[in-house]
Design a protein. Structure first.
Length: 571
């Protein structure tokens, strides 16, 4: 059984599951140097992606479209070739507590001039299905709670067992986009626009709050206004809760909340305001999930899966894990909508087979393409030991290996790697990527060494939890230590077959440090580099390693770049 899941809206993607195994997931932003969050506006993209994997649409048994905005159904206006078409799908949220797997059925998915039947499940269904089916709990046949908190919905708690899933309750009336909306009113991303759903700000705010501190007086202001605007039995709050299916109305209410907050916080520093809002939301989340568990927990294992865009908040993930409320916490590497095509396909699999485990690898994205690299670059074979020596000389390297990783984090398949031992390296990497000075650079570390360098330093293969750098290591690896001493750690076993693990082992042999800086290899505002040609055309570092071949910018080109706009690598 081949199931093709399709996410048409932002973070557009196509995923294929065959007999319970993820064959591939191709996110639009990772094709052809596309912009971040790219949607699918022409179904020819689906045909092209299938063809790249040797398939025709007729080879697919079941097409599934991810649901989207709408109280009762969603609607998509797009093209198939030059033909405009309208597709109808499931809504964002299921309409009744037992309706998670209620499917909308359609007949006119036009691919390559032919119409195919399709089904569509609610958007949240994909989040629940992808989070649970990829989890260790599914593999062990254990039940799990599943928290889904997306930009335009309140946090929703589900309970999943192998034979089915049910909605438990809404935890509290605050949409996930609150975090990004706060940045429209306070701090470096302040703007007058109140209508756009800014997809890139939330992660930057999470970095920016390290400049500030939570202030209990500010937290209290947010608590009072939260009650007045959203939670209490006031006319304003009741109207807001009743209108949650209208995403634009929910967004407008959120901005009214922050406008009222700003009037009471005029004398406070923006970094303290945002740090305090983060603290307020974190406490609210932990308190309300604890209360929900008192009402709904039974005997046996108590696990938690986290999905939705808020699952990318590593501090909240860590706070939930640290409560001790759960035996284990799982966050997939694609908790946001980058995993929605996988979720759509999983929903169909689950509808047929129950909540079974999915066989998958995080390195199931697009393969590296062939491309004609400019004559300004020269190529030579390069072993991992030779590459480690280049890194040890304090020169960053674009590292492209095998298939791209799934989700928004670079995990060694499409990374820029660098030595972590110089504080200037973080600034250099931020400069070449046009990022703000307060943005952190992540460490990628051999798994067995992580506990001695980080607290807790537990295995974290997908960079989805918060770790503190241990005191004895902060001065040794300053490039990966954030302003508050934390690190968005990625761990990888030294026995892994992935090339980045072999590189870390070789770097450790040379330097004694089992860790490298790791940031995504991409042009500003675009997805990961699809090939060496794109990385060399970007050209902001001297070396590009691509599946065994090292591309080096010729000396004249390097000198010209430095004279023009680049600063030299830190000494």
């Amino acid at each position: 059984m081949r199931i093709c899941g399709i996410k048409l809206t932002h973070d557009g993607a196509i995923a294929l599951i065959e007999d319970g195994r993820l064959v591939f997931c191709v996110e639009q932003e990772k094709r052809s140097n596309n912009p971040r969050y790219q949607a699918i506006d022409n179904l020819d993209t689906v045909v092209a992606v299938l063809a790249e994997h040797g398939l025709d649409p007729q080879d697919v048994d079941h097409f599934v479209i991810d649901g989207w905005d709408g109280e009762f159904e969603s609607q998509f206006q797009l093209f198939s070739g030059t033909t405009p078409i309208t597709l109808r799908g499931a809504p964002y949220v299921e309409r009744d507590p037992e309706g998670l797997l209620t499917a909308h059925k359609g007949l006119k998915l036009m691919l390559d001039g032919r119409n195919f039947p399709y089904t569509s499940y609610p958007h949240v269904t994909g989040h629940v299905a992808s989070a649970y089916c990829t989890s260790p709990f599914a593999k062990a046949g254990e039940p799990s709670f599943c928290l889904v908190w997306d930009g335009c919905i309140f946090p929703r708690l589900y309970y999943v067992e192998p034979h089915g899933a049910r909605f438990v309750e809404t935890l509290f009336p605050m949409i996930g986009h609150a975090y990004a909306a706060a940045g429209h009113h306070f701090g470096p991303y302040k703007q007058t626009s109140r209508t756009n759903w800014d997809l890139g700000t939330a992660g930057k705010i999470m970095a920016f709050i390290a400049l500030g501190s939570a202030d209990e007086d500010i937290v209290e202001v947010f608590r009072q206004l939260y009650e007045e605007h959203f939670a209490a039995e006031t006319e304003r709050a009741r109207r807001y809760r009743a209108d949650i299916h209208n995403a634009e109305s929910a967004l407008a209410a959120m901005h009214e909340f922050f406008e009222a907050s700003a009037l009471r916080l005029v004398d406070k520093r923006a970094e303290d305001v945002l740090a305090s809002f983060h603290c307020f939301l974190e406490r609210l989340l932990v308190e309300q999930i604890a209360i929900a568990l008192l009402r709904h927990s039974g005997p046996g294992s108590r696990n938690l899966c986290i999905a939705g865009g808020c699952g990318l908040n590593i501090k909240w993930n860590s706070a939930l894990r640290a409560t001790g409320l759960f035996d284990a916490v799982w966050v997939p590497p694609f908790p946001n909508d980058s995993g929605s095509a996988i979720g759509a396909a999983c929903a169909a699999m689950v509808s047929d087979k129950g909540f079974m485990p999915l066989e998958w690898s995080v390195y199931s994205g697009p393969a590296l393409r062939d491309g004609a690299v400019s004559s300004e670059w020269e190529a030579a074979p390069c072993s991992m030991h030779e590459l480690a020596a280049i890194l040890a000389s304090n020169k960053p390297v674009v590292f492209l290996a095998g298939r791209a990783e799934l989700g928004p984090r670079a995990l060694g398949g499409r990374s820029i790697l660098a030595a972590p031992t110089s504080a200037e390296m973080k600034d250099y990497l931020n400069d070449i990527k046009f990022r703000e000075h307060f943005r952190p650079v992540a460490p990628i570390c051999l798994e067995d060494c992580a506990p001695k360098m980080f607290d807790p330093g537990t295995p974290d293969p997908y960079m989805l939890f918060d770790h503190q750098t241990r005191e004895g290591w902060r001065d040794k690896i300053p490039a990966v230590v954030h302003l508050d001493g934390s690190a968005r750690l990625q761990t990888i076993p030294r026995t892994s077959s992935h090339k980045v693990a072999e590189l870390l082992v070789e770097y450790e042999k040379i330097t004694g440090v089992p860790l490298l800086c790791n940031t995504s290899a991409n042009e500003h505002g675009r997805g990961f580099f699809p090939d060496a040609e794109a990385a060399c055309r970007w050209g902001r570092v001297e070396h590009v390693w691509c599946d065994g071949l090292l591309w080096t910018k010729k000396l004249a080109s390097v000198e010209g770049a430095i004279a023009g706009e680049l600063t030299p690598c830190p000494a």
